[in-house]
Design a protein around this ligand. Sequence first.
Ligand code: HEC
Ligand code: HEC
Length: 93
Amino acid sequence: MSGEQKISWKFGKRDAVFLTVIATVILVLVLGTSERTTKAVPNDQNHLAVTKLSECMSCHGAQGMRPRPLGHIKGGQCFQCHTQPKAWKGMPK
Ligand code: HEC
Ligand code: HEC
């Protein structure tokens, strides 16, 4: 019983690959938890004057002067993702 079944383990190439994969996954997860970086709504005359969501869309709709990027969420509460300007008074619905 002794000797023959001895399991010897050495740190090999496959272990190195495995550890690298695990380390990469952990790194990606940790880095992914950082602050959101979605752009804030600019603090300028265009934006301070707005009080309705439909007004946002007159400039940021498909025909507007600055359409949202392709694949951007269609409706939604803009301020859930884009921080509103500090001096802003409106409340788009
Ligand atoms: C009168 C037209 C106009 C209206 C109304 C308007 N925007 Fe804008 N918006 C612009 C323009 C032009 C820019 C681009 C650049 C800038 O001002 O720095 C911009 C930029 C932005 C940006 C940042 C993108 C960037 O390039 O930095 C966000 C976010 C945004 N607008 C959200 C909104 C939201 C939310 C509303 C409604 C509350 C709104 N806008 C209403 C014209 C408008
Ligand atoms: C679910 C989150 C979310 C909501 C809600 C949302 N946006 Fe965005 N928006 C984004 C992301 C993400 C981007 C792309 C990159 C960035 O701005 O950092 C973006 C980009 C934009 C840009 C272009 C920025 C540029 O770089 O030129 C504009 C303009 C914009 N959004 C306007 C709006 C408006 C107006 C609304 C409300 C109708 C709105 N967004 C609602 C997440 C959102």
